[in-house]
Design a protein around this ligand. Sequence first.
Ligand code: ATP
Ligand code: FE
Length: 355
Amino acid sequence: LTMLGLESSCDDTAAAVVRRSASGAEVLASVVIGQTGLHDAFGGVVPEIAARAHAEKLDVAVRQALDDAGLTLNDMDAIAVTSGPGLIGGVLSGVMCAKGLSAATGLPLVGVNHLAGHALTPRLTDAIAYPYLMLLVSGGHCQFLIVRGPQDFTRLGGTIDDAPGEAFDKVARLLGLPQPGGPSIEREAMGANPKRFPLPRPLIDRDDCNLSFSGLKTAVLRTRDALVAEFGGLTRADRADICASFQAAVCDVLADRMRRALARYLAENPVTPCVAVAGGVAANMAIRARLEAVAADLGAQFVAPPLKLCTDNAAMIAYAGIELFEDGVRHDLTLSARPRWPLDTSQAALVGSGK
Ligand code: ATP
Ligand code: FE
């Protein structure tokens, strides 16, 4: 089964070709066109600018992905496209592009939930079996999911305010470091003192699987302002120590919450002790190491996809499309874009929260 995948729900325009055969799944091509520079002047992704860039670049990405794979549309079995959740203009651009390709070729469409793409990535990269526990940590999301199938997710808990990637990006902005904030902060934190600034560990030791990051971000703001008030500014070492202290706090929170979620998961699923991470924040080596230690401590396998499949990409959408297609999912030209779309449909009440 060969699937073309399209992704345009945030600020990356992506297309990929993934094939699954008896010997496993293989990424034949994966093209990601970023929008670096386009949003710099605005301090965040501007939805209208993002949507225009997607509309301009989607066909370029598709052509490139097919060329890289050495295939044509005739070789595809179907077209998978992110149909939500995300910025509506971007999602619509992708859905429209996929519909155009479908109308021209007669290929069936498979609408894919962007979060399902992230959540199924460890099956693409490591062929792990269902069920498993997933920690999805990205710029817009943070949640623990039990993944039982391509359409079967149970949410154990998640952030009650910001996502950690958002906190990394805001803290970087506070300190005048370049975006995206995650890699900047990880770089600064290397070799710096994580104990110099005592920052809060929100919700730690609570008897549920929820997380919170907005208080941590506010504490960083206060720490910066106190240094500025006392010394007139930050030294390089101050900045590095704030980054290290912040990253250590995020590590502690994620490790504590992971311990609780994993224990809960293992109590119900002792036969498949496996936890996987996905999302851009899972690219952070300090965070990975801490989560891996928790998994080892509780006797669970730990799976973390390679970095380029952790951040937004279309290979994960094509792969999720393959699993859905095999599950019998087919869409046609009536496929609609869903800006909000929770993975765990039993939690429809959360639809308004955006997390
Ligand atoms: P979503 O997938 O939830 O819609 P998104 O598209 O912003 O959100 P990703 O592309 O998965 O998410 O991840 C981007 C986020 O990951 C950014 O917030 C970025 O700062 C963060 N990030 C990337 N690398 C690192 C790192 N090394 N350490 C911490 N955070 C990181
Ligand atoms: Fe994403």
